[in-house]
Design a protein around this ligand. Structure first.
Ligand code: DP6
Length: 333
């Protein structure tokens, strides 16, 4: 009863920001992302009678109790759905610079959901797999698919209609996503806490909700028409609105640090000098800059020249879930 799966991270162009049900990870709004080719997680899961609890290794090291608890919660759901009661040994390798503040929860929970459901013998389609990955971390439901992906918020109370779908295959439109790594400074407010506080206290949250569907429609039209400028303008606008909700929260908070502004200003300058480049920012200080492949070398060079920039990773649209031959590096009994 073992399987290995690989899942890539994704970056939201239209953000998931706010939950209508925290326990089931049901979002307030639809969101849209690109799955990235460079950052991924490979996870092996083996269920075995010999285990008396789940065991979780992250990057070759036995994980802490807190980290293992999150994994066990998703495994509990999979055990419940399958009727199998065995515990599992989970071995995850993250090819995501997590220490540097890049989120790995999307690829991590997508890979775990895929490997664990396969190992336990469930025969499910990708849509159902997406609803399961969602229960580990909302954005993980988008990492089941490659390319351009929309997460339908759904209407049902049980969340069975809240899953992701591919909008466009990764090979059908190439874009460059430059992941700009800054030196992490302040302690992070996790996205989970940040979105809760914004929903509950920010007067700007209503403005977010009232306009996000329109942003999504514009983004989908831009993708259909392969209109980079239209996509860039709406994704930047949407990111700014998400961050505006944090400024209106009580107590207010902000994910940006001074270096974040340096990158935002540089992107604006690049645009003024004729390069089409646009930024987006998630629940942290790092910035992702989108540009066209023909401009990627120049734009990367301009970003690398900024003093607070530690590195810039060049990404393109990447694939969805894949299953690998099982690699048994950690044994249970
Ligand atoms: C700002 O998926 O990390 O990156 O569902 O609470 O685990 P939980 O949150 P998570 O939130 C991602 C928020 C975001 C926007 C996005 O990815 O859509």
């Amino acid at each position: 009863m073992e399987a290995t799966a690989k899942a890539h991270t994704n970056i939201a162009l239209i953000k998931y920001w706010g939950k209508r049900d925290e326990e089931l990870f049901l979002p307030m709004n639809n969101s849209l992302s690109i799955t990235l080719d460079q950052f991924y997680t490979i996870t092996s899961v083996q269920f075995c009678e010999c285990l008396t609890a789940d065991k979780f290794y992250l990057n070759e090291t036995l994980a802490t109790d807190d980290e293992t608890k999150k994994i066990s919660e998703l495994l509990d759901l999979i055990r419940k759905l399958s009727g199998v009661k065995m515990f599992a040994v989970v071995d995850s390798l993250n090819k995501v610079p997590t220490a540097a503040g890049f989120a790995s929860s999307a690829s991590g929970f997508a890979a775990l959901a895929a490997a664990a459901t396969k190992a336990i013998g469930m025969d499910i389609d990708e849509q159902t797999l997406s609803t399961i990955a969602r229960r580990g971390s909302g954005s993980a439901c988008r990492s089941i698919y490659g390319g351009y992906v929309e997460w339908q918020k759904g209407e049902l109370l049980d969340g069975t209609d809240s899953y992701a779908e591919q909008v466009l295959h990764e090979k059908e439109w190439d874009l460059t996503i430059l992941s700009v790594l800054l030196e992490p400074k302040e302690k992070k407010i996790l996205s989970r806490e940040g979105m809760r506080r914004s929903v509950e206290t920010s007067p700007f949250y209503q403005g977010w909700l009232e306009t996000v569907d329109e942003d999504l429609e514009v983004a989908k039209q831009a993708i259909n028409e392969r209109n980079f400028e239209m996509l860039g303008e709406v994704l930047e606008r949407n990111a700014m609105k998400m961050h505006a909700t944090t400024l209106g929260a009580n107590p207010p908070f902000m994910y940006w640090q001074s270096a974040t502004f340096d990158v935002m200003e540089k992107v604006q300058e690049l645009r003024e000098s004729g390069f089409r480049a646009y930024f987006t920012i998630d629940a942290g200080p790092n910035v992702k800059v989108l540009c066209q492949p023909k401009d990627e070398e120049y734009v990367r060079g301009a970003l690398m020249a900024l003093t607070p920039v530690q590195d810039v990773y060049t990404c393109h649209p990447g694939p969805g879930i894949s299953y690998l031959p099982h690699t048994k590096r950690k044994t249970c009994c």
